[in-house]
Design a protein around this ligand. Structure first.
Ligand SMILES: Cc1cc2nc3c(=O)[nH]c(=O)nc-3n(C[C@H](O)[C@H](O)[C@H](O)COP(=O)(O)O)c2cc1C
Length: 202
């Protein structure tokens, strides 16, 4: 099975972030599907405001984490109908180098009922750096009612709505599925052994 890695970027700076918990479930499914996984939590990542004039802003390690990933799951709370400034700022540090040939998944967590614009904005900004966004995506409305404390569950929280947990797990599997497609697609990776075999058969 092709080895792939998945990174989730949490765009909430809140200590008890629902978005982080949601991403943890998606990463767990990705791991079950055979991927290695990393959570890049912007609460602790210490990312300065992007300065186009600066040569080195001390984020090269985080950028390398994204660049080395086969798939990235972006997660954000809904803030005023869009994704957070924290996620946008991190994204401004990134470019094609980080996202070319990278599969992207999206998660948005709303306090109220509406997350569609946030997911659409995240999709557009991922396209801007050449990320390939999977059609599966997860929006969570009324987030405070969808999680309950549970020290036996991931991130010490259970998800109270099984449909949401299913969707998060489907998303984790979907990014692994498409990352493997990329890794074994002869058009993307003509030198791999698997693809040499495929090419020889033609
Ligand atoms: C500055 C700010 C703006 C917000 N704007 C919205 C909004 O437009 N729509 C909404 O449904 N919830 C809004 N919320 C609520 C958050 O989306 C909600 O609390 C979310 O679940 C927090 O995610 P987190 O726990 O990962 O930080 C806002 C919260 C903050 C702090």
């Amino acid at each position: 099975m092709t080895a792939v890695s998945v990174v989730a970027v949490c765009g909430s700076l809140r200590e008890a972030s629902y978005t982080r918990t949601a991403l943890t479930y998606a990463l767990d499914a990705a791991e079950t599907a055979g991927a290695t996984t990393t959570l890049l939590d912007l609460r602790t990542a210490d990312v300065p405001m992007y300065d186009p004039d600066a040569d080195d802003q001390g984020v090269s390690e985080h950028l390398a984490t994204v660049a080395d990933a086969d798939a990235v799951i972006l997660g954000s709370p809904v803030y005023h109908g869009t994704f957070t400034g924290a996620l946008k700022n991190f994204h401004d540090h990134c470019g094609w180098d980080e996202y070319e040939d990278t599969v992207v998944g999206l998660v948005a967590t709303a306090g109220g009922g509406s997350y569609a614009s946030t997911l659409d904005h995240m999709r557009a900004t991922a396209r801007g750096v050449h990320g390939h966004v999977v059609p599966e995506q997860v929006g969570i409305r009324n987030a405070s009612s969808k999680f309950s404390p549970d020290p036996t569950e991931l991130d010490d929280r259970a998800i109270t709505d099984p449909d949401i947990e299913d969707r998060l797990r489907d998303l984790g599997q979907a990014v692994v599925r498409d990352a493997r497609r990329f890794a074994t697609d002869p058009c993307q990776n003509p030198t791999s052994d698997e693809n040499a075999t495929a090419a020889d058969d033609d």
